[in-house]
Write a protein that binds this ligand. Structure first.
Ligand code: NAD
Length: 489
């Protein structure tokens, strides 16, 4: 007899308003917008639709907290202690947070429970440990002077994040900002505001002073645009699409505020002829289909040595055909729906285009079920470099397999993209692996693995995949200013 798989309990939706200066407030306009469950297409909650007026209030609160509140005077060790406490509170609520993330985003509960949230907790703890280790240096200059540098917080920061890893992106942004002593205004993505709002309450429960963290949900051009243009914000940290980043750069030009960007990718994943093909197939499958293919670093261009191409593609096909789609809350679901209808439609149009341009769809290619924005795991073989599915970031479960014969030519092709976020290679030849790591133009290179993330390891893009880095010590730097002090002796 078949047994029903275990399912996560439905979480409570506790917060739908703006969190400003430690208070839950309706949007100044009184407007709300719906956030939907992408597995059922039903509205989960109506959320405050913040805009410029709410951003003004949040900037006021963040500025006050930065300049006059206890945060600015707090011992760095105590700042770190509050961050550890926030990490503990998140960990203590992990089941409910994982279910809420799953409900709002569509990602499998199990992924949120075992990947997103543990990584978010690690990130907060990693940067909590940094709070009291941010220091300048003494510098021997010419003449009879004593010169030293101080590392000071950059000030009030605006943080704008996408919907694909709502809690994790929140932690990646809050961690270094809080460690450095900044105050912040975050705008979560309009598709997935719920877990970020819950984290704001947990931050208050942890004792982080009011006004240090402000969360204003709303749409990109309004709430996001107001953050970018606000003269009272010293820095904007943005994660999202490169086209949005281009607009942000223009809009921030008046105030010349500091900008860091984590953007998209079209990452090459290379399978050499000497690779362990089973491990490579499992890693390649994971590297593209994890999170419904909605990863900035997804290995969406798979270059396979022609000598092992057919055998390898057979393995990929079998894995994709057996991937378990279904309710994101079911514990054994491997793939949920795409985040919303717009993403679903965009992905389906790329699948159409792949078929029209002559690529060979060997598995998937269709909608899964009648309700919810599910797309079958899809693999195209016979893809050529100029096809749209090999050029554009699809941000869905669509893999393009390209054949290669010549090593040097393959590296050129791997680099022939405006992006440079991540790259991978599967090989037993360590010299070949190092050569690839050196020559590929990408911010992260994985060898015989994929999507290995750690709060200590910097992540970010070459070329149009970004500006600056997140995570590691590099991720802290954009949240500090260096002040040079010189004293005549
Ligand atoms: P998006 O650029 O459409 O939106 C991202 C955020 O920007 C949202 O909060 C949105 O409301 C806001 N926004 C939109 N227009 C704005 C404007 N004019 N001014 C200010 N803010 C604005 O991106 P998305 O579709 O939500 O996310 C997918 C993209 O994010 C992909 O390209 C993906 O590769 C990228 N991403 C990158 C990383 C990374 O670390 N490099 C991580 C996750 C996602």
């Amino acid at each position: 007899m078949a047994t029903a798989s275990a399912t996560a309990a439905l979480p409570k939706i506790r917060h739908t308003e703006c969190f400003i200066g430690g208070k839950w407030l309706a949007a100044a306009s009184g407007k709300t917008f719906p956030t939907i469950n992408p597995a059922t297409e039903e509205t989960l909650a109506d959320v405050a639709e913040g805009d410029a007026a709410d951003i003004d209030l949040a900037v006021e609160a963040a500025r006050e907290a930065f300049e006059n509140g206890p945060w600015g005077r707090m011992d760095a060790r105590d700042r770190g202690r509050l961050m550890y406490r926030l990490a503990d509170l998140i960990e203590g609520e992990i089941d409910e947070l994982a279910a809420l993330e799953s409900l709002d985003n569509g990602k499998p509960y199990n992924d949120a429970r075992t990947a997103d949230i543990p990584l978010a907790v690690d990130c907060l703890r990693y940067y909590a440990g940094f709070a009291d280790k941010i220091h300048g240096s003494t510098i021997p200059i010419r003449g009879n002077y004593f010169t030293y540098t101080r590392k000071e917080p950059v000030g009030v920061v605006g943080q704008i994040i996408p919907w694909n890893f709502p809690m994790l992106m929140t932690a990646w942004k809050w961690g270094p900002a809080l460690a450095a002593g900044c105050t912040l205004i975050m705008k979560p993505a309009e598709q997935t505001p719920l877990t970020c709002l819950r984290m704001a309450q947990l931050a208050q429960d942890a004792g982080i002073p009011d006004g240090v963290i402000n969360v204003v949900p709303g749409y990109g051009p309004t709430a996001g645009g107001a953050i970018v243009k606000h003269p009272g914000i010293d820095k904007v940290a943005f994660t999202g699409e490169h086209r949005t980043a281009q607009l942000i750069m223009q809009n921030a030009s008046q105030s010349l505020k500091r900008l860091t960007f984590e953007l998209g990718g079209k990452s090459p994943n290379v399978v050499a002829a000497d690779a362990d093909l089973d491990a490579a197939a499992a890693g390649t499958h994971f590297g593209l289909f994890f999170n419904q293919g909605q990863c900035c670093c997804a290995g969406s261009r798979v270059f396979v040595d022609e000598r092992v191409h057919d055998e390898f593609v057979g393995k990929l096909k079998e894995l994709a055909a057996n991937r378990k789609l279904g309710s994101p809350l079911a514990h054994d679901t491997e793939q949920g729906p795409q985040v919303d209808e717009a993403q679903f439609n965009k992905i389906m149009s790329y699948i159409d285009q792949g078929n029209r341009e002559g690529a060979n769809c060997i598995v998937g290619g269709k909608r899964f079920g009648d309700i919810g924005y599910f797309v079958e795991p899809t693999i195209f073989e016979g893809v050529t470099d100029s096809m749209a599915i090999a050029q554009d970031e699809i941000f869905g479960p669509v893999m393009s397999v390209l054949k290669y014969k010549d090593w040097d030519e393959m590296i050129q092709r791997a680099n022939a993209t405006c992006f440079g976020l991540a790259a991978a290679i599967w090989t037993r030849d360590i010299t070949q692996a190092h050569e690839y790591a050196r020559r590929v133009r990408a911010g992260t290179v994985w060898v015989n693995c994929y999507d290995v993330f750690d709060a200590a390891a910097p992540f970010g893009g070459f070329k149009m995949s970004g500006h600056g880095r997140e995570l590691g010590e590099d991720g802290l730097r954009p949240y500090t200013e260096t002040k040079t002090v010189t004293i005549k002796l």
